[in-house]
Design a protein around this ligand. Structure first.
Ligand SMILES: *Cc1c(COP(=O)(O)O)cnc(C)c1O
Length: 421
């Protein structure tokens, strides 16, 4: 029996309605930008397995470092103990994060990173004796699947059934270059009637909302407002972090830096699950006290796992390398050339790009989990390209090590898709 058949017996997959979902595909090997399935098919991983393995799959620079670490120290409690990989990683991160980020708190995944960001923001005010119970978030955001993260996410099939249990969240539109004053007015009104504790947002690109992009200037104005009102800003850079926007972090495009940042996905170069919530000294200081109760009593068993830390360290070294920075520029320019060819195609509604993130919207109505979407997906797989259309959006977010010929293959598969629709 194939793996795909045996899978059906006991496995329950994420984000899947098993009754209507097509068969799963068993992947047996990954290398560089390629995935290989159990039937010997090869696919270019053009979304870097949900934007995690940005330096390529099984990159020996990273796997060697992790296997060395594995021989020395595998896992240890991170309450009361520390270790070199965590210390070094904190130093490396503070070196590349926006200059106000100074403290590093570990967890396991993007959702928990956001959960912790929310708890830091809420407890910041609690510790100061300031009663603030409302959060603000962008419409159509996605921040993860735990309760706090679901609360700040836009309503969808993901979090709908749990709406009655959410934290109080008010939503504002994303800045589009024309609505900044209207957003400010709305924010003011919300803050006057509710006393806002924090603003949770994906800076510049909303990943799960189909790579929707918004204006840095408008976001800067919102952040300014928050800073003036001591509303704690929580930048969810789980998707945008580590070079994808053309800078180390999307927050680097704004002068005002977030109080708190959430990192995961590419943090560990796709090797191991880990997440980080970083914050400024101002946030940390609100928890630093002779009063035990003012501490942040949040922790996960695998916090700062040494193997995950060593993967992250090796990844950051690669990100800072000349080779990867050059690759990022090459991909940015390659996408621009592709864009100029495809944007006036009659089936293309609009296109957008920030850094190596490229997306195009088809001018065809399509549901997120519909037949047409499955047909598109199958077309790409038949052409040896793994792309996951989001509704009528096709996006590319490939590993930084993707070659020109692999990029060409991805572009050709998209051009071909426009012809079968
Ligand atoms: C993926 C994602 C999350 C959730 O991360 P998980 O590791 O899947 O829990 C949160 N925020 C953003 C912006 C993401 O892209």
């Amino acid at each position: 029996m194939s793996l795909a058949d045996r899978d059906k017996k006991h496995l329950w997959h994420p984000l899947t309605q098993h009754k209507t979902h097509p068969d799963t595909i068993a992947i047996t090997k990954a290398e560089g930008c390629s995935l290989y399935d159990e039937n010997g098919n090869q696919y270019i991983d053009a979304i870097a397995s949900w934007y995690t393995c940005m330096y390529g799959h099984c990159n020996p620079y990273i796997t060697t470092r992790v296997s060395e670490q594995m021989q020395r120290l595998d896992q240890v409690v991170f309450s009361g103990f520390t270790h070199e990989p965590a210390v070094k990683l904190s130093e490396a991160l503070v070196g590349i994060l926006p200059e106000n980020q100074n403290k590093i708190f570990f967890s396991d995944n993007g959702s928990t990173a956001v959960e912790i960001g929310i708890k830091m923001a809420l407890q910041y005010h609690f510790n100061k004796g300031d009663k603030r119970q409302t959060l603000v978030a962008f419409e159509n955001g996605f921040h993860g699947d735990t309760f706090g993260a679901m609360s700040v996410s836009g309503l969808s099939v993901y979090n709908g059934p749990f709406e009655d249990f959410f934290i109080d969240v008010k939503r504002i539109p994303t800045p589009n270059g024309k609505n900044t004053n209207a957003i400010l007015k709305l924010l003011k009104r919300i803050h006057e009637s509710h006393s806002v504790a924090g603003f949770v947002y994906e800076p510049l690109v909303q990943g799960a909302a189909a790579m929707k992009m918004h204006h840095a200037e408008g976001l800067q104005t919102i952040l300014e407002f928050c800073q003036n009102k001591n509303i704690i800003t929580v930048a969810d850079e789980v998707m945008t972090g580590f070079g994808k926007t053309g800078r180390y972090f999307a927050s680097d495009y704004m002068q005002i830096k977030p109080d708190i940042m959430c990192l995961s996905k590419a943090l560990t170069a796709g090797l191991l699950p880990m997440a980080i919530t970083s914050c400024s000294q101002k946030i940390y200081d609100a928890f630093y006290s002779d009063d035990l109760k003012k501490g942040l009593f949040h922790g996960h068993t695998y916090s700062a796992n040494p193997l995950a830390c060593s993967a992250a360290l090796a990844g950051i070294e690669l990100l800072q390398s000349h080779v990867i920075q050059k690759n990022i520029q090459r991909i940015i320019e390659s996408h621009r050339r592709f864009d100029s060819k495809i944007k006036s195609h009659p089936k293309v509604e609009s296109t957008r790009q920030l850094g190596v993130i490229y997306a195009l919207d088809l001018n065809i109505e399509m549901s997120r989990y519909g037949g047409l979407r499955d047909k598109l997906f199958q077309h790409f797989m038949n052409h040896g390209v793994f792309l996951r259309p989001l509704g009528n959006t096709i996006y590319i977010l490939a590993p930084y090590v993707i070659s020109d010929s692999e990029l060409e293959k991805v572009y050709k598969s998209i051009q071909g898709a426009l012809e079968i629709l």
